[in-house]
Design a protein around this ligand. Sequence first.
Ligand code: ZN
Length: 180
Amino acid sequence: MDAPHSIRIIGDPVLRERAAEVTDIDGRLARLCEDMFATMYAAPGVGLAAPQVGVGKRFFVYDLGEGGGPEVLINPVIEESEGEWEYYEGCLSIPGLHFDIVRPRVVHVTGVDLDGNEVSLEAEDFLARVIQHELDHLDGVLMVERLDEDQRRAARRAVRKLQLESSEPQPSLGARFGLR
Ligand code: ZN
């Protein structure tokens, strides 16, 4: 499947900005979500936030498969979270790098769906992880900011390796991670 959008990669300023509330839920937004699903499936990935395709709006799409089906969450807010869970996390905007990251295991999230209906969702484990990761994108936060000191050192090494393997000159990749 062809991806309608190219996914923005770490270093793109749009990934560091706080996205704006969605005010109009209309056909344009629905079409954009369709394109985002196609882009996400082609990657492949299980979640994609609007800033990752250059759109500074507060919504994301996700599909965990296994009968979960495609879902859109607009203007999401985490109302409550509890527990701790470590998961080996990746990000379509940080290709090739994964890190064990601890986040709450359960979240209660509210928002709106594409029909304008209010959503209230109790999510745990992997779904809770995807929701927290995508919501971070809406706040301009990338998973590299969730790393502890040891992981940051590992990330620096991984970035250097990426630079060596890359055919394109990427002198600022280390700086992109906020790693100095
Ligand atoms: Zn991501």
